[in-house]
Design a protein around this ligand. Structure first.
Ligand SMILES: [Zn+2]
Length: 275
């Protein structure tokens, strides 16, 4: 094994023999190997007229209220990248870990791209804390019903036809639907994004693998802190130094495996299958 040294293997064996959960927390870095950009910063800017907007401005409820169709065009473009993308070795390794740990396994993901489900991760054990591009809901919250994401193959720079615009309206009240995702100016909650459920999972977690997320949002940080406070082990898997790798290096129960999740996660599969 390249990444799992003897000391870490001993810790993992010790964890395996107890009955606490294996939880995997995933973020955009995992899907980068599938060709999905992070849609943060310069990678995801969007032009309306002659003005360039940053993703942090486009992905907001404020922008949706002001320019609902522009926000939809941006999200339809993103969705069309996601439906063409395929899961990578990291996603498949996570699915294999679920098969190994069955009900001791939970997956908490910030990714809205649906790739975990394409790799056959189960919906029952997966918590979508930032929502999903597979669904839409009423932008006026006339009900909490989830609708299929509108199937409109829009490319960058294309305009919506009036028929396509109709597909973006709530069947109940006629106001615009919105993508079922957490926006930058919104807060985590249980109803849409499983806030309390994922914090409960954290409390039961004996081993947390943090994959491709840099700790930019509050809930992932709370999950990691909760695992540490219950004497769980945290392992950050990330090629780049980040908030979690720094935290892991300061804690006796923390490890940073510097590298690509597509290379490292299969080692965990081999290791646990061999026990
Ligand atoms: Zn409605």
């Amino acid at each position: 094994m390249i990444y799992l040294d003897n000391t870490l293997q001993e810790r993992l064996t010790e964890f395996y023999q107890k009955s606490r959960r294996l939880t995997i927390l995933t973020g955009a870095g995992l899907s980068a190997d599938s060709g999905i950009p992070t849609f943060r910063g310069k990678e995801g800017f969007w032009t309306i007229g002659s003005v360039n907007y940053m993703p942090e401005e486009m992905g907001t409820y404020e922008m949706f209220l002001d320019k609902p169709l522009e926000v939809w065009k941006w999200f339809l473009y993103r969705f069309n990248i996601c439906i063409k993308a395929l899961p990578n070795k990291g996603h498949f390794a996570i699915k294999e870990l679920e098969d190994t740990f069955t009900d001791r396994f939970r997956l908490i993901t910030q990714n809205v791209d649906g790739l975990h489900f394409k790799a056959q991760s189960s919906r029952e054990r997966t918590f979508l804390i930032h929502g999903t591009l597979e669904k839409a809901r009423c932008g006026s919250e006339c009900s909490s019903e989830l609708y299929p994401y509108p199937q409109i193959p829009l490319e960058k720079g294309q305009e919506l036809t009036s028929e396509q615009t109709e597909l973006l309206k709530c069947p109940k009240c006629g106001n615009y639907l919105r993508p079922h995702v957490l926006w930058f100016d919104e807060r985590y909650n249980e109803k849409h994004y499983k806030l309390d459920s994922s914090l409960r999972v954290a409390k039961e977690t004996g081993l947390l693998l943090i994959v491709g997320t840099s700790g930019a949002t509050t809930l992932p940080r709370r999950i990691v802190e909760s695992v540490l406070s219950k004497q769980g082990i945290i392992i950050d898997i990330n090629p780049n130094e980040n908030y979690f790798s720094e935290l892991a290096q300061k804690k006796k129960n923390g490890y940073w495996l510097k590298g690509n999740s597509s290379d490292i996660l299969p080692e965990f599969v081999d290791f646990f299958k061999g026990l």
